[in-house]
Design a protein around this ligand. Sequence first.
Ligand SMILES: C[S@@+](CC[C@H](N)C(=O)[O-])C[C@H]1O[C@@H](n2cnc3c(N)ncnc32)[C@H](O)[C@@H]1O
Length: 255
Amino acid sequence: MTDWNPAQYLRFGGERLRPALDLMTRIQLDSPETVYDLGCGTGTITGILKERWPESKVTGVDSSASMLERTRDVETGVYWQHADLNDWRPDSPADVVYTNAALHWLDNHEQLFPRLMGVVKPGGVLAVQMPENFSAPSHTSIADTVREGAWRERLAPFQREQPVSEPSFYYDMLSPLSSSIDMWETTYMHILEGEDPVVEWTKGTMLRPLLDNLSPEEGEEFVASYTKKVAKAYPRRANGKTVLPFKRLFIVAVK
Ligand SMILES: C[S@@+](CC[C@H](N)C(=O)[O-])C[C@H]1O[C@@H](n2cnc3c(N)ncnc32)[C@H](O)[C@@H]1O
């Protein structure tokens, strides 16, 4: 089974933190009793949720043992649960179900979102951030590289070409279940440093399940071909840095 590489993911920890904080600041609750961070990864943001609400019972949930391993570095007082969100249920309804950059890894959003809203208390909040840049060259170049190689059929099941639907899909689904909904999109201009930083970025996320299913030689060939495409789409600026525009969708639904 393929797993996450926390070190690769954390290489851009600073850039990845901002959308998580932008989502958190839109949750207007002073003292929730129970807070869940679904797909908490290395737990950095779970720790910040605990800092924001020190009196709350805050639990980070993730299916990756190697990501959860890194939660040891996070402040104490947070509970951790090793569980698959596809069949996760809390013991009792929650005040906040927060999930940053995770639900695009799950299918069947038409069932998942109502199920998550179902575990929120009346007056509680479901807060979700998901990437929305699957039509950007950083991602379409992955699909192009898959299609070009002998690995095409082998990799097809591991590709996630359009895992996030239009905002109106989420609005139509959640509005009958909510007393209010705040939704917005933001395109972040990530200013990245170093050699082929867009490739390094996607190696920590979308490329991971694909490379895990290639031999080392095939992996090198795949990355070389992908790197060429990406370098054209995201040229280095005169100061040596690379700008990666990255669109994200935010949903804060109050029950
Ligand atoms: C991109 S990381 C985001 C981590 C963290 N929320 C953050 O913003 O830094 C996605 C996380 O979702 C987790 N994940 C993906 N599918 C999952 C599932 N079915 N059940 C539980 N966690 C899952 C992965 O293990 C990974 O840690």
